[in-house]
Ligand binder design. Structure first.
Ligand SMILES: [Zn+2]
Ligand SMILES: [Zn+2]
Length: 231
């Protein structure tokens, strides 16, 4: 292979099909947004200079703080869907690198976690998809950081319907008891999922962990934060 052929991008952008060094070109990447400010609690976009969104002021979530990389809107939604439903590995790799960057910035801000816990999928969902996509998102962190990625201690015991279509009370009812947890030898954990919409699943997961283990602190990290019409 000659010098120049090595410089020629071998891939095309998953969004616009133009040649790209990775599976996303720089132009498309510029279209990804990350709204600021965000609610200090649930990372929902807020417009005015408040620390918390209306929803969190009324019902504070069980987790302490949520961090996210993108707004779930525009081209990023296509990229996330291509990753989740078409299982495009290159996109997973791209996101895993981006999420590693976010993780480092969280750690640099003095946060400490004894373990990372990916949102567990139900057996039905794993069989349907063949894998848990959240684990793919954690691959770079898993390689470069010493933090434990615990995939064994929390399980999903109930498959739930799409929570974003339900009202608050219905969501709480639907997700209630969806997780079961073993003893966790940690004090502080980071829960990870691809997209957070209403936050109900994360809230239930944090609630289950805080109630049944010695864990005292749960933060949340997601790839994208969708605007919930309930906020
Ligand atoms: Zn592109
Ligand atoms: Zn909030």
């Amino acid at each position: 292979m000659g010098f120049y052929s090595r410089l020629i991008p071998k891939q095309s952008c998953a969004l616009c099909a133009e040649p790209a060094p990775f599976c996303v070109c720089q132009e498309c990447e510029l279209e990804f947004t990350n709204h600021q400010p965000r609610c200090q609690s649930c990372a929902h976009p807020i417009n005015i200079k408040l620390d918390f969104c209306g929803q969190c002021l009324v019902h504070a979530p069980k987790f302490n703080r949520a961090y996210t990389l993108y707004d779930y809107q525009g081209p990023i939604t296509h990229l996330i869907k291509a990753f989740k439903y078409d299982h495009q590995l290159c996109i997973g790799d791209y996101f895993a690198h981006q999420l590693f960057g976010l993780y480092q910035s969280i750690i640099d801000s003095d946060a400490h976690y004894d373990a990372i816990i990916p949102m567990p999928l139900s057996q039905e969902r794993i069989q349907e998809r063949g894998y848990n996509q959240v684990l793919e998102l954690l691959r770079v962190i898993g390689k470069r950081e010493t933090v434990t990625i615990d995939t064994q201690s929390v399980t999903r015991t109930k498959a739930t319907q799409a929570l974003s279509l339900l009202k608050l009370e219905q969501r709480q009812q639907e997700i209630k008891g969806a997780f079961s947890v073993k003893t966790l030898p940690y004090q502080s954990v980071l829960l990870v999922d691809d997209v957070m919409t209403t936050g109900s699943s994360m809230n239930e997961l944090a609630k289950t962990i805080l109630k049944n283990t010695q864990v005292e602190h749960c933060d949340v990290m997601t790839l994208a934060r969708a605007e919930s019409k309930f906020n």
